[in-house]
Design a protein around this ligand. Structure first.
Ligand SMILES: [Fe+2]
Ligand SMILES: [Fe+2]
Length: 508
């Protein structure tokens, strides 16, 4: 007689054995499992709600795969790509270059769960997570490969992480830390719970909605398909947090507080500009801030409350940064556009500015004045004055420009001296993160450190671009060739009245 699923399920996912030829501590070193200080029996209560069997998993994934492939095959042939708004397409270049290899890094993280997680139930779920992430990597690669003939920027899906492009270094720095270097427990808190269960919603739900509105059904479909997997394997975070709350709540609090801020800064860079500036105005669903408030803030607050944790000490400053951080990153990335492998959209035509002010009431005072100067330079034919000649100073934690976390009125000095070296930060919060575990971050050199140390030659923008792997065929420039600036050419100026005087802008 065949057993029913319920008869064998528990045994199949909770299969463990007692070691006789090797010490448990050698087979499962605490430095890999992260279970140091937590009694082994504590993991017996580790439960996840999905209860998926391998046979079910393969069947469902196969259906998902054929769904994505059918849509993709039909659309690649239909010429839909050529009709997409170029600013929207830039968002897909940015996504593929910065995300595809993160999916691949997640394969390694999940395989660590498969092998070293402190309970067989978790190791079992890790197998599915590993297969998920392999699928995500391959989806991104296939999507990009299909479009490679249309634009060489899609090559960056595979290439980006083998370059020194500064934005890619910032992404890699974070995921090296929370995926590749973290033990299982910490990776579950920082990656599964914070990134996968929270922040990926911005990339995979909000951006998927924007992509659908923009007519990019192929990409939207891919993003949504990936998110269905994330929602499942992200569950590894919750039971891990439960165990930690019983045995080491402070460790959970610190790990989550650091991961939440680092994720915020990263998504202010990757998704904020795409949502609030690149997505064509009539296709925007909600603002980046609104989505963050609904999907990330509410969600994180609920987790913290459910598990008895406090809000991060920097909560009010985090909320303030929602008004600022991604605007600053957008202005900075647009200004340093030759260092990008995608073409950013300034997104500051008069209509777009009106929308920005309706969502961010202080935008004009904080950012509009700087864009005004850029516009004046563009309209007086001095585009070269809107281009960088130097590098911005970078944060030793986030690798992002200093001055890009809050408004231009709040640029303060935040530094730590550790083993004789001074580290600078983009905010008091990033400094705090670094100070929790300085040795963890201290060895990394920012792009500017490398520049000053003579690793980048010649020591100018051209040398920097070469070092970053930026070639002329992908180098970033304004996606609409400054067309939006025409909005601001006043009739008076064209009648011979003096045009605004060009002034060099130092970026953000
Ligand atoms: Fe993934
Ligand atoms: Fe994932």
């Amino acid at each position: 007689m065949l057993l029913t699923r319920d008869d064998w399920y528990e045994t199949s996912r909770d299969l463990d054995w007692t070691f006789t030829a090797v010490d448990e501590a050698v087979a499962f070193p605490a430095s890999w499992s992260g279970a140091g200080g937590i009694p082994p029996q504590a993991w017996q209560g580790w439960e996840e709600p999905f209860r998926v069997s391998y046979r079910d998993y393969v069947r469902i994934q196969r259906e998902k795969e054929s769904g994505v492939k059918a849509v993709s095959n039909a659309l690649v042939r239909s010429g839909t790509y050529e009709k997409l708004d170029p600013a929207h397409v830039a968002a897909s270049h940015l996504h593929m270059g910065t995300t595809c290899m993160v999916e691949h890094m997640a394969v390694t993280m999940q395989s660590r769960f498969c092998r070293f997680a402190p309970t067989p139930k978790w190791r079992n779920l890790g197998v599915f997570g590993m297969l998920d992430e392999t699928r995500h990597t391959q989806l991104d690669l296939r999507f990009s490969h299909d479009l490679l003939g249309k634009d060489p920027r899609f090559d960056w899906a595979q290439k980006a992480f083998h370059t020194n492009e500064w934005g890619v270094i910032a992404v890699k720095n974070f995921f090296d830390d929370v995926m590749l270097s973290a033990d299982c427990v910490e990776a579950a808190l920082a990656t599964s719970l914070t990134v996968e269960h929270g922040f990926t919603n911005i990339q995979f739900v909000a951006l998927a909605a924007d992509a659908m509105a923009a007519g990019d059904i192929n990409w939207s479909n891919l993003l949504s398909s990936i998110q269905t997997d994330e929602a499942r394997h992200a569950q590894q975070g919750f039971p891990t947090l439960s165990v930690l709350m019983e045995h080491d709540p402070q460790r959970a609090q610190t790990a989550l507080d650091v991961a939440f801020w680092r994720s915020t800064r990263l998504f202010q860079t990757l998704t904020g500009p795409a949502m609030d500036y690149y997505t064509p105005l009539d296709q925007r669903k909600v603002s980046f801030k609104e989505f963050m408030l609904e999907w990330i803030v509410n969600h994180h607050e609920r987790i913290l409350e459910d598990y008895g944790l406090k809000k991060p000490w920097y909560w009010d400053d985090f909320l303030r940064s929602l008004e600022q951080g991604h605007h600053a990153m957008h202005l900075g990335t647009w200004f340093w556009r030759p260092t990008l492998f995608w073409r950013p959209n300034a997104g500051v035509s008069k209509d777009e500015r009106e929308w920005l002010v309706s969502k961010y009431p202080t935008w004009e005072d904080d950012y509009g004045v700087m864009w005004d100067q850029i516009i004046a330079n563009v309209n007086s034919g001095a585009v070269e004055r809107t281009l960088p000649e130097t590098l911005p100073s970078l944060c030793s934690l986030t690798q992002l420009p200093i001055g890009s976390a809050f408004s231009r009125h709040e640029v303060g000095k935040h530094a730590t001296v550790h083993n004789g070296r001074t580290y600078h930060f983009d905010s008091h919060i990033s400094k705090w993160c670094f100070d929790q575990d300085p040795d963890r971050y201290a060895g990394h050199k920012t792009v500017v450190d490398r520049f000053i140390g003579g690793e980048i030659q010649p020591m100018d923008l051209g040398g920097g671009l070469m070092w970053m792997g930026i070639t002329p065929d992908v180098m970033g420039d304004d996606v609409y060739a400054y067309r939006w600036a025409k909005d601001y050419v006043s009739p008076a100026a064209t009648n011979g009245a003096p045009a605004p005087q060009p002034v060099a802008v130092a970026g953000d």
